[in-house]
Design a protein around this ligand. Structure first.
Ligand SMILES: Nc1ncnc2c1ncn2[C@@H]1O[C@H](COP(=O)(O)OP(=O)(O)OP(=O)(O)O)[C@@H](O)[C@H]1O
Length: 309
């Protein structure tokens, strides 16, 4: 149903002669975490600006849960790449000001702010002016500010940039909590860990088009192994191993000689590994190493962006 989705319909945008978005179509389910993944300059921030109503598209339209546009909506929290905080104020005053603006009561505000700054590891620095803070600390504060109240939608442009691994866990937990409260998050990233840890859906952007979109679990299936590597002791027996394996393996399985052994690759029918090992051993060929090679999410992403699929 339309009210369960934010529908981004054929959005196009050109700057000068450069076509930055070439017809973007996305359906973002309510109460999901949607990752926009892409190289520098692929058009992620431009799309976010259009979603937020900060920039007009040349054509196309956006329907937010069939009820509202995002322009000036109070139901939305935003963090951009360069977080805009009040530099001359302390962390605590930044959050106080923001919560006053959003009518959070004095008592609730005090508890909430202490809780949030503590969980982000910033409580000890609460009285310092934020202008002297590191990028990662400012980023954490901006994320707290944007998600302090129960917005319906949270839009984060590169939320993990400048955060070290420990703080990344805090960010991921925070995003998941927001979703568990019923919210919807759209975020851009270069970080595969973000995609794997929190997102339900992913769109891969390149040069203003979507190369791939779908469920994160579908993308992760692509990382599963489709290669065995077998290293043998005597390299003069590699061609014998190839012939032996060809005699037992089914259609669609390829056996490729490599430096010190063979690689077995398949698309659909995974070979029975015990049979593979047995036939090699029965022919008195010593196996030094056997492994199933798993692809990283990075390799899968690069195979899309390099046009290998
Ligand atoms: N206001 C503008 N005027 C002219 N060109 C622009 C403008 N905004 C963005 N661009 C261009 O549009 C392209 C896409 O930029 P965008 O910031 O959307 O990419 P991105 O995917 O967010 O990149 P990054 O990961 O580096 O943030 C780039 O080539 C950029 O130079």
């Amino acid at each position: 149903m339309k009210e369960d989705y934010m529908i981004i319909n054929d959005i196009k945008k050109t700057f000068g002669k450069k076509e930055v978005l070439k017809g973007i179509n996305l359906s973002i389910p309510r109460n999901s975490i949607y990752a926009l993944l892409g190289h520098n300059g692929s058009g992620k921030t431009t799309l976010i600006r259009i979603i937020l109503g900060l920039l007009n598209a040349d054509s196309g339209n956006i329907d937010v849960f069939n009820t509202k546009t995002l322009n000036n909506s109070p139901d939305i929290g935003v963090v951009f790449d360069q977080p805009s905080l009040f530099d001359g104020l302390s962390a605590i005053d930044n959050l106080k000001f923001f919560s006053e603006l959003n009518n959070i009561g004095k008592k609730e505000r005090r508890i909430l702010i202490e809780q949030e700054l503590s969980s982000a590891g910033l409580w000890d620095r609460r009285n310092e002016k934020v202008k002297n803070w590191s990028t990662g600390m400012r980023q954490r504060l901006a994320i707290i500010r944007a998600s302090l109240i129960n917005h319906e939608i949270l839009i984060l442009d590169e939320p993990s940039s400048g955060l070290d691994p420990e703080v990344l866990t805090w960010l991921h937990n925070r995003m998941l909590e927001f979703k568990n409260r019923g919210g919807t998050i759209i975020f851009t990233t270069h970080n595969f860990d973000d995609v794997e840890s929190v997102s339900d859906h992913v769109a891969i952007l390149q040069d203003g088009i979507i190369l791939w979109k779908g469920g994160t679990s579908e993308l992760l299936t692509e990382t599963q192994s489709k290669v065995y590597e077998i290293v043998i002791k005597e390299q003069n027996k590699i061609s014998q191993v190839v012939s032996l394996l060809e005699s037992i393996l089914v259609n669609g399985v390829k056996i490729i000689p490599i430096n010190n052994g063979v690689e077995i690759t398949w698309e659909i029918n995974k070979p029975e590994i015990n049979a593979v090992i047995d036939i090699i051993r029965k022919n008195n060929i010593e196996i030094m190493e056997f492994k199933e090679k798993k692809k990283s999410l990075r390799e899968v992403y690069l195979s899309f962006t390099r046009g290998e699929r």
